[in-house]
Ligand binder design. Structure first.
Ligand SMILES: Cc1ncc(COP(=O)(O)O)c(C=O)c1O
Length: 407
């Protein structure tokens, strides 16, 4: 190791010393980034195959997004919602149109948007569906990931996310993901909403069986229940469509969006729904100091413009096929299964060979950043600006890691 190489260990030790250990990051200290690539403090370059869990769909420092942020920084950055600012209406209008919905409610983080969807659907249940006070139920799926608040982790089935954080918020029924009969049976007279990820990201990029989401739509229609699609990770181009739920031709009652909506620059989340749903909220019942701030809206406007071109959805669909073809060739050579859609893949590694964590550490040493989940699965979600050469390079590095382990 040269003296230059000494910067990474010191930076890692300093971070370890001064922060709570609620994460277990890979030993990489990023200093700069551009497009699909990042550079660490020692000048080593890595292909970013996580893309901030899909927050960086448009790549690091997309020029149009950076320009919008710079321009807004020079004008006004924060007003609070006590006043209206001149970026607000355009952002909400353009996002509502992208979603095909009447209204938008902007927040900041994904978890806040999920909380918003929960509150809105409960209020809709009491005020529109006439559910008895305090009895509203929401049906969710096992192995979900919707965020980290105390209410959201109350309906998590992941012990790491949930244990020791009770008492838990009541009002949720958990059913197996992909099991339409179980979901239908769980819906009762007091059910106000079904909340699902159209593809479960954290669970390992689990694509539900064909027809499941359409079936959920029918159950919701028949029983007067709102269908909330958490598209925070799956949406905004990731799967080759604007929304993952589009693959089944389904339109939910409420979209929950986040991550890429902030262009990889600022946290921006939102829910989008029609006026008969989102219109139930009255002044003072919900809000956020930073939600819908001028900087967030200026970036969000540009994000919606990028999505309107369809270029990123098209890239994800086309390059996704290339990625999946490459990954599928590794099945039987250290890979057990590959799932996903577009530029999003869950890759199950043979657990007898390596853990997902070991694979990610070895990939990082070879200049590719990815993240493991649940034992032996790794998630690949490169920025949608990657090219075929980048994809081939990453798959070749994964092959090399597996070949070494098999040797
Ligand atoms: C599907 C889904 N919902 C919600 C969240 C929570 O978003 P945030 O971390 O911005 O609160 C995530 C984050 O990974 C997610 O993947």
């Amino acid at each position: 190791m040269t003296t230059v190489d000494m910067r990474t260990p010191a930076a890692l030790a300093e971070a370890e010393r001064w922060t709570a250990h609620n994460y277990h990051p890979l030993p990489v200290v990023v200093a700069e980034a551009d497009g699909a690539w990042v550079t660490d403090v020692d000048g080593r370059r890595y292909l970013d195959f996580l893309a901030g869990y899909s927050a960086l769909n448009f790549g690091h420092r997309h020029p149009g997004l950076i320009a919008a942020a710079h321009a807004q920084l020079d004008r006004v950055t924060l007003t609070s919602r006590a006043f209206v600012h001149d970026q607000f209406a355009e952002f909400c209008h353009s996002l509502a149109e992208l979603c095909g919905k009447d209204l938008v409610l902007p927040m900041n983080t994904g978890a806040e948007a999920v909380e918003t969807a929960i509150k809105v659907s409960r209020a809709w249940g009491y005020r529109v569906k006439a559910v008895p006070d305090g009895q509203a139920e929401i049906v969710v799926a096992a192995d979900n990931f919707h965020g980290r608040t105390t209410t959201i982790i109350s309906f998590s089935t992941d012990p790491d996310a949930r244990n020791d954080f009770g008492p838990y918020t009541p009002g949720f029924k958990i059913v197996p993901y992909g099991d339409l009969a179980a979901l239908s049976a769980a819906v009762g007279p007091n059910t106000v909403a079904v909340l699902l990820e159209p593809i479960q990201g954290e669970a390992g990029v689990l694509v539900p069986p064909a027809g499941y989401l359409a079936g959920v739509r029918s159950v919701c229609d028949e029983r007067n229940v709102l269908f909330i699609a958490d598209e925070i990770q799956s949406g905004l181009g990731r799967t080759g469509r604007t929304f993952a739920i589009e693959h089944e031709g389904v339109v939910p009652d409420m979209y929950v969006l986040g991550k890429a909506l902030g262009g990889g620059i600022v946290p921006v989340s939102a829910v989008a729904a029609n006026a008969d749903v989102l219109g139930v909220l009255r002044p003072g019942e919900h809000g956020s100091t930073f939600g819908g701030n001028p900087l967030a809206c200026a970036v969000g406007i540009e994000v919606v413009k990028l999505l309107r071109t369809g270029e990123f959805q098209e890239r994800s669909a086309r390059l996704g096929e290339h990625l999946h073809a490459g990954l599928n060739k590794l099945v039987g050579q250290g890979v057990v299964a590959v799932r996903g859609r577009g530029l999003w893949a869950g890759v199950d590694i043979d657990p007898a060979l390596l853990t997902g964590r070991q694979v990610c550490e070895r990939l990082a040493a070879r200049g590719v950043l990815a993240k493991d989940t649940h034992g032996s699965t790794i998630r690949l979600a490169p920025p949608l600006v990657v090219d075929e050469h980048d994809l081939d390079h990453a798959v070749a590095q994964l092959k090399a890691v597996l070949d070494e382990a098999r040797a």
